[in-house]
Design a protein around this ligand. Structure first.
Ligand code: MEV
Length: 438
């Protein structure tokens, strides 16, 4: 067994690689070669990436693709998407083109409120605490004046601080439930800094306040919440049913009804809802990643929202009314277009440029549209041809790469499988035949 190491973070990058390669891989020379092959030639750029996190040994690539022709609120976007799954960008592009010809996407931000909490316990009388909160909250607001000055200039700041009695959930548990506006920033650092100051003020004032039992108050922690049900965006498409006319072997009416039914199943059945929403996240996460936002925060918040009524359900909705097919999504999304990685990572800056430097609100709309488009594309395949046809076609190049096909072999096999069903076995056999014929 390899013994644990002391002070790994203090080793140089080369030393870290040597240690890892020798102790944990079978072929240490090959490991070192692979890790170094992914270093950027530009030393400054590599250093920038090295310094994003601790113990960097190399870079991890994901493809950055473009889904063009997204008409959103009358403006055409080419959406950058960072994702490894082969069919996602193709599906988004197809859905974008479909709706481009039918009026495009309409999107609207319904709210931008962010939330953070100071969690603490108080073992004394709740009335005392309530009166104390009335005295201390104005002081808390004053104490963060330096932290909030810049944010206030940008139209953000602290909106409210409210004492909440949570003793029904947990013994002696109270919280300060705080709301914020963070303009074009995602705002995590701003919110956490404010919350930590609120906590310090709470403890300091408790020490001086004769009406409160200071020894019975204990701050446990202060942190933003990634559940942001009031930071909400809605995106929608609609058209006359007869315009849903691009499918073989199924009438527009049947297609519309099957789509509505497919959404109804995802609303009723959590096993289906999870996969349905996973498809939505294919679109959202890839935009969130490309624009340097925190996809873990977005994922956590969106899935919590999908369960807000007590059981996990679909994030999209569909209806047929008066001959109109309507398809929409409503999701919480806390995104930023300033701060964090947005000004630092060259590919993030580029992605934001391609999106024509959106505000945070615009980016919320774009990401929601990408999620809706992805879900529409997935359901459209599922209720017509099935998902594998398109999926495996896009997967063909991955199979060929696994089989180490050369460029001319790839061209020949892609041509061959234009109207054949793609399976790993069929591709391997065709490649073998091609190789033995030449
Ligand atoms: C695959 O990444 C996503 C789908 O499974 C989504 C869905 O089933 O709706 C195709």
């Amino acid at each position: 067994m390899t013994p644990p190491i002391e002070g790994f973070s203090k080793l140089s990058k080369e030393e870290k690689i040597d240690w890892i390669a020798a102790r944990f891989t079978d072929n240490s020379e090959e490991t070192k070669k692979t890790l170094k092959r992914y270093w950027n030639q530009d030393e400054q750029l590599q250093q920038l990436h090295d310094e994003f996190i601790e113990n960097t040994i190399s870079n991890y690539y994901l493809p950055l693709g473009i889904a063009p022709n997204f008409l959103i609120n009358g403006k055409v976007y080419a959406i950058p998407m960072a994702i490894e799954e082969s069919s996602v960008v193709a599906a988004a592009s197809k859905a974008a083109k479909f709706w481009l010809e039918r009026g495009g996407f309409k999107a609207e931000v319904l709210g931008t409120e962010k939330i953070g909490q100071v969690h603490f316990t108080y073992g004394g009388e709740a009335d005392q605490l309530e009166a104390f909160a009335g005295r201390v909250i104005p002081i808390m607001k004053k104490d963060v004046a330096d932290l909030t000055a810049k944010m206030e200039k940008r139209g953000g700041g602290v909106c409210s601080i409210e004492l909440r009695d949570k003793r029904r959930e947990l013994e002696d548990y109270f919280q300060l439930h705080c709301t914020f506006e963070t303009a074009d920033a995602m705002g995590a650092n701003f919110i956490n800094s404010c919350l930590e100051q609120f906590a310090q003020t709470l403890e300091r004032e408790a020490r001086h306040d004769t009406q409160i039992e200071e020894d019975k108050l204990e701050v446990i922690m202060s942190i933003l919440s990634n559940y942001v049900p009031n930071c909400l965006v809605r995106a929608e498409v609609s058209c006359k049913i007869e315009e849903l006319d691009e499918h073989d072997n199924i009438s527009p009416e049947q297609f519309a009804e099957k789509m509505v039914q497919a959404v109804a199943i995802a609303k009723a059945e959590p096993y289906r809802a999870v996969t349905h929403n996973k498809g939505i996240m294919n679109g959202i996460d890839s935009v969130v990643l490309a624009t340097g936002n925190d996809f873990r925060a977005v994922e956590a918040g969106i899935h919590a929202y999908a369960s807000k009524d007590g059981s996990y359900t679909s994030l999209t909705h569909a209806s047929i009314e008066n001959g109109i097919f309507r398809y929409w999504i409503e999701i919480p999304l806390a995104l930023g277009t300033v701060g964090g990685l947005t000004g630092l990572h060259p590919m993030v800056r580029l992605s934001l440029d391609i999106l024509q430097k959106p505000s945070a609100k615009e980016l919320m709309q774009i990401a929601a549209v990408a999620g809706l488009a992805q879900n529409f594309a997935a359901l459209r395949s599922l209720v017509t041809t099935g998902i594998q046809q398109g999926h495996m076609k896009m997967h063909l190049l991955n199979i060929l790469n696994q089989l180490k096909a050369s460029t001319p072999e790839k061209t020949a096999i892609v041509q061959l499988f234009r109207d054949r069903q793609v399976t790993h076995r069929a591709v391997a056999e065709a490649l073998e035949k091609l190789r033995s014929a030449s």
